[in-house]
Each structure stands twice: as structure tokens, then as C-alpha cells.
Design a protein around this ligand. Structure first.
Ligand code: NAP
Length: 500
């Protein structure tokens, strides 16, 4: 029987309970049993965390630390994550039910964020401006925006924290993190490593709890300068509106309904594998899921036969076992939502060619399992083609030619990612240019890199994470002008270009 854990949260460099003393249980999605107790933070805990972060940002030792020293701390944290990757992966699996194979790979890759941004910390440079004013020395400083609120979902808890935390710390910001109420444990384990790395108190703080009780007061707190949010579109909209009241900087990583487009000149086996990994990996619970599979009509029958054949071999089971290929849906409400969308698709007239309901124990399933499901004959205006399901449900739509694929591919409010399967270089570059998505993959799918900017077009988000571009989200530019001439000049006349 695995140990039942009781966690405290981490605020101002101390392990603390919620001030109310309240807690909530975290459930193992595979067994359906509670396995951990998490502090239920509220507005008073948020206030304490933001004040701690503000003080750390405003005064030493964090504010006085050189960028090189900040970078060194980030790299040390990267080393500690690498040493503890297996432990972190096990906690992730217990808390969110994703496969151990997936979470192990994710946790082993996670240090790269802390190495990459640790290396970037002392390469953030201002510039000397070629001023158009005589006797003026003008230069710019690139300064941290201040306290950053970071709100993350349940599907890849530590990875999505890293996308925000590493660039923010490199920029010199301080942070208050709010994980999903369904998956707080891995972040609390991770905070032990933040403490061990030696970050000064208050630089990184965590408030665990619900979106309403901990998330909202965090977004609206006057001490917060910037909100970095990953989650669903309707929550993202609320967060954007609330942050606007305080004119805060905001970045949003939201949902998707990404087209995965298969042309008749593709390598068929590769495209089949790409279609399957695009939707059934992580039980479809990824923002970049290739949930709309666009198949050229000339290869539809051959492609579908092979797709169903391969997809039907997917092994469901205990996510802690290395051989499992499809695990449970992470949360009870998400499980209900996925089943509801399967009903919607059936009622809309889509043809269910695989799965189409819950998976029982005899199939390797359990409490929150949904069979890998494929709907054929989907029309792009159906709800199943337009709305994010966030589960193992694939919609197949046929198209005639390139123009048709581009039209259907772009005909959705989202623009997070797209996949293209073709052997034609010309076609690949045309599609990459014309698809309105933040990431386009050609002959691959779900490749995400610390070095590659990631984010959404249209309603899939605002701003970019990853790559050098991400650090811009956490910086602001100050222009400094020094008069090197004699006297301050006429007080009633503004200095303009060319005047002395
Ligand atoms: P969600 O319901 O929008 O929740 C995201 C986070 O926001 C959670 O921590 C949640 O807290 C919190 N929250 C809820 N209401 C809030 C409020 N009023 N103010 C502040 N915070 C609030 O999303 P989810 O169901 O956890 O995650 C699935 C969604 O995330 C999908 O739509 C997926 O596409 C998206 N996603 C996007 C990306 C990307 O990079 N674009 C990556 C992964 C996931 P509680 O959970 O505690 O209520």
C-alpha cells in the first residue's frame, strides 16, 4: 500500500499549512483513491505569498544578486531535477495518471529549461542608443517586471511550470505558483529542490487550492505585475479580464483543435503513427492534440483501415507500468466531459469506427478510462470538430486538395498547432506558411523543444513560451538619458531632436 502523504506548501522560504488549517485530498486517477492531503490556500495565504515575493524582488539578496549568480542557481536546480527525475515522475503519475514512460521522459528533459534559461540569465543586455539629441548619453536597462503569478493546469504539471518559472527567474522576477487543485503534489516535491538549490526566501512561493479560492485572489492581487496562465479558454478569458483591471501584463497558453493533415504523397506508416501519437498519447489530454485528422480523399479508405488496425492494439492499463500505452482520464469532471462529447458526435451523425465509450476492467480500463475513439465522416462544422475535447477522441475529415486542406485546417477559432504529412518539400513549405498556428510540424507531431518558441495564434493564446523569445514576457525596458552638456536648458521648452 503506497504511503499516504500530507503536504505543506512553501511560502517565504517556509513550509506552512494554509492559514485556515484547511486541506483537500488529491486522488490517484488510476485507483480513484485519495493518496495525498494538500493545504487549501485562500486569499490570506495568497497575500502572504505575494508579499514575500514582492519583498524578495524589491530588496536583497535576490535583487542584489548578479545575473550570473542567478544563472548558476538555475543550473543547480536543473542538476537537482536530473538527480530526482524518477521520483518526480512517479509523483506525477500517481497524481495525474499519465504514463510513467511519458512522465519519465518529460522529467528527464525538464532540467534543460533550467540549463537553457540559466545560461541566458547573464546574456540579457540593454543597448546604447544613438541619440538624436546632442549632449545626451542614452542607454537602456532590461529589468524584471516584478512578481509573476503562474497558474498551471493538471495535464503536464512540472513541465508547464518550467516553461514559466525558468525564464522568469532568469529575468530576475520572483514568483507565486498556483498548480491545479487536481495535481499539486509534484510541484510541492519540486519545491524541496528549489529550497535545496538555495534560492533566497520569497523568490519562489506556492499557493495550493482551487481556482476560485487561490487563483482569483492571486490574479487580482495588486502586488502581482504579470500573470502567466496555462489552461482552458473560458478560464483564460476570465483571468485576462481580471488582470486587465490591474493593467497587468498577461500571457495565455490556451486550448487547441489542431489539424493533423495527411496528403496522399505521405509515407503512410509514418502518417498513421503520427496520427495515433497526435491523439492517443497522454490519453489525448494535451493542448497540442491532433484531434482533427484531415485525410486526402484519394487515400481515405486505405489510410482508415490501417489507422483503425494500429489504434485498436493500444494497451490500456495501469499508468505506472512501462508497457501501458493509454492511461485513465485525469479528473472525474474531464472523464464526464469526454463521454459527453462522444455522445454529441454520435448525435451529430459522425460514424464511430473505434471505441466510443468507457473502458471496463476486462479491457485493461478502470474507473476513469475511455476507449481510444475514432469518428469518421466528420464535417468540420460539427461540434466534435470545433470544440476541444481534451481526451482520446479523434475526428476524421476528408479533403480534396491543398486549398481545401488549408480552408478546413484554418476554419476553427484555435491556432495552437498543425501537422502536415507529405513528401513534397514545396507542399510542406506552402502549408507551413498558410496554416494559422503557432507551431507547424512536417512529418512529425508533438515535438516540443526548450529552444523553440511555443504559443497560440487566434484564441489559442497570447505570448510565447520557450526559446529566447520567452524571456521577453518577464522583462521591461527602461530608457536612461544623461545630460552630458552644460546646464539643464530652458525649463519651458521641451528638448526635441536637433535642439541643444
Ligand atoms: P482550467 O480549468 O482552465 O484550469 C487551469 C488553471 O486555472 C488551474 O490551476 C485552475 O485551478 C485555475 N483556475 C480556474 N479558475 C480560475 C480563476 N477564476 N482564476 C484563476 N485561476 C483559475 O484548465 P485545466 O482543465 O486544468 O487544463 C486543461 C486545459 O489546459 C485545456 O484547455 C488545455 O488545452 C489547456 N492547456 C494548454 C496548454 C498550452 O500550452 N497552450 C498546455 C496544457 C494545457 P483549479 O484546477 O484548481 O480549479
Amino acid at each position: 500500500m503506497p504511503e499516504f502523504k500530507e503536504y505543506k506548501t512553501f511560502i517565504g522560504g517556509e513550509w506552512v499549512a494554509a492559514q485556515s488549517g484547511e486541506t483537500f485530498e488529491s486522488e490517484d486517477p488510476y485507483t480513484g483513491e485519495p493518496w495525498a492531503l494538500i493545504p487549501r490556500c485562500g486569499a490570506d495565504d495568497v497575500d502572504r505569498a505575494v508579499r514575500a515575493a514582492y519583498d524578495a524582488w524589491d530588496a536583497g539578496p535576490w535583487a542584489d544578486m548578479t545575473a550570473t549568480a542567478r544563472g548558476r542557481l538555475l543550473r543547480k536546480l536543473g542538476d537537482l531535477i536530473a538527480e530526482n527525475a524518477e521520483h518526480l515522475a512517479e509523483i506525477e503519475v500517481r497524481d495525474n495518471g499519465k504514463l510513467i514512460s511519458e512522465m519519465l521522459a518529460q522529467c528527464k528533459y525538464l532540467p534543460e529549461w533550467y540549463y537553457f534559461y540559466g545560461g541566458l540569465a547573464d546574456k540579457i543586455e540593454g543597448s546604447v542608443i544613438a541619440s538624436d539629441k546632442p549632449d545626451t548619453f542614452n542607454y537602456t536597462l532590461r529589468e524584471p517586471v516584478g512578481v509573476c503569478a503562474m497558474i498551471t493546469p493538471w495535464n503536464s504539471p512540472l513541465l508547464l511550470v518550467g516553461w514559466k518559472l525558468a525564464p522568469a527567474l532568469a529575468a530576475g522576477c520572483t514568483c507565486v505558483l498556483k498548480p491545479s487543485e487536481f495535481t499539486s503534489a509534484s510541484l510541492l516535491e519540486f519545491m524541496k529542490l528549489v529550497e535545496e538549490a538555495g534560492f533566497p526566501p520569497g523568490v519562489v512561493n506556492v499557493v495550493t487550492g482551487t481556482g476560485r479560492e487561490a487563483g482569483e485572489p492571486l490574479v487580482t492581487h495588486p502586488g502581482v505585475a504579470k500573470v502567466a496562465f496555462t489552461g482552458g479558454g473560458s478560464t483564460g478569458r476570465q483571468v485576462y479580464e481580471q488582470a486587465a483591471q490591474g493593467l497587468k501584463k498577461v500571457s495565455l497558453e490556451l486550448g487547441g483543435k489542431s489539424p493533423n493533415i495527411v496528403f496522399d504523397d505521405c509515407v503512410l506508416e509514418d502518417a498513421v503513427n503520427g496520427a495515433i501519437s497526435g491523439i492517443f498519447a497522454a490519453t489525448g489530454q494535451t493542448c497540442i492534440a491532433g484531434s482533427r485528422l484531415l485525410v486526402q480523399e484519394t487515400i481515405h479508405d486505405e489510410f482508415m483501415e490501417r489507422l483503425v488496425e494500429v489504434a485498436s492494439t493500444a494497451r490500456m492499463g495501469d499508468p505506472k507500468r512501462a508497457e501501458t500505452q493509454v492511461g485513465p482520464v485525469t479528473t472525474p469532471p474531464q472523464y464526464e466531459k469526454v463521454l459527453e462529447y462522444i455522445d454529441i458526435a454520435k448525435n451529430e451523425g459522425a460514424t464511430c469506427v473505434l471505441g466510443g465509450g468507457p473502458a471496463g476492467a476486462d479491457e485493461g480500463g478502470g474507473k476513469y478510462f475511455v476507449k481510444p475513439t475514432i469518428f469518421d465522416n466528420v464535417k468540420n462544422d460539427m461540434r466534435i470538430a470545433q470544440e476541444e475535447v481534451f481526451g482520446p477522441v479523434l475526428s476524421v475529415i476528408t479533403f480534396k486538395d491543398e486549398e481545401d486542406a488549408i480552408r478546413i485546417g484554418n476554419d476553427v477559432v484555435y491556432g495552437l498547432a498543425a501537422g502536415v504529412w507529405t513528401q513534397s518539400l514545396n507542399r510542406a513549405t506552402v502549408m507551413a506558411k498558410r496554416l494559422r498556428a503557432g507551431t507547424v510540424w512536417v512529418n512529425t507531431y508533438r515535438a516540443v523543444s526548450v529552444t523553440a518558441p511555443f504559443g497560440g495564434y487566434k484564441q489559442s493564446g497570447i505570448g510565447r513560451e520557450n526559446g529566447q523569445e520567452a524571456i521577453e514576457q518577464y522583462l521591461q525596458t527602461k530608457s536612461v538619458m544623461i545630460n552630458t552638456g552644460a546646464g539643464a536648458g530652458n525649463p519651458f521648452v521641451m528638448k526635441v531632436a536637433g535642439s541643444s
